[in-house]
Design a protein. Structure first.
Length: 152
């Protein structure tokens, strides 16, 4: 796949966003007080690492396979409420969740815009796959927050 200058620039921006997400979720997993939240941050971080690999492949002109079945599995695992519903969140964990959810909203919207800017259908599919996973991360965070009595 041959990238246009605009596509190359967009991929550089997406790469920077994914690197920031990886760093954020790693830091947040260390800072979270609730073990369940730590696990959620670690899980999302692992997905962000895969997103970065996809972006780097696209930057090399290779369209990776997106594995659509994995996304469906992620949706199912994130749809149930946490194990300790009603447990009050610490101010620290509340801050981490709010910031993470805002980050997911932003990153999802950036992917949404970028999808329309790519000529290659495979690249659009790969970006769409990531965008849907970013939406799922937001849902997982929202569900956690809702379970703990915090509306987003």
């Amino acid at each position: 796949m041959k990238l246009t200058q605009k596509e190359t620039t967009l991929l550089k921006d997406l790469k920077a966003s994914e690197e920031l997400c990886i760093e954020k979720y790693g830091t947040y997993a260390e800072r979270a007080e609730d073990p369940e939240l730590k696990t959620l941050f670690e899980t999302i971080r692992s997905h962000e690492l895969k997103h970065l690999e996809t972006i780097e492949s696209l930057m090399q002109g290779t369209v990776p396979m997106t594995g659509g079945g994995n996304q469906q599995q992620n949706q199912q695992s994130g749809s149930s409420c946490c194990g300790e519903c009603g447990k009050t969140m610490s101010k620290n964990d509340e801050y981490l969740c709010r910031d993470a959810l805002d980050t997911e909203k932003h990153v999802s919207s950036v992917y949404d815009t970028c999808i329309f800017e790519f000529n290659d259908a495979g690249a659009r599919d790969a970006l769409n796959h990531i965008q849907k996973e970013e939406q799922q991360h937001g849902k997982q965070l929202y569900d956690y927050m809702s379970c703990h009595g915090m509306t987003a």
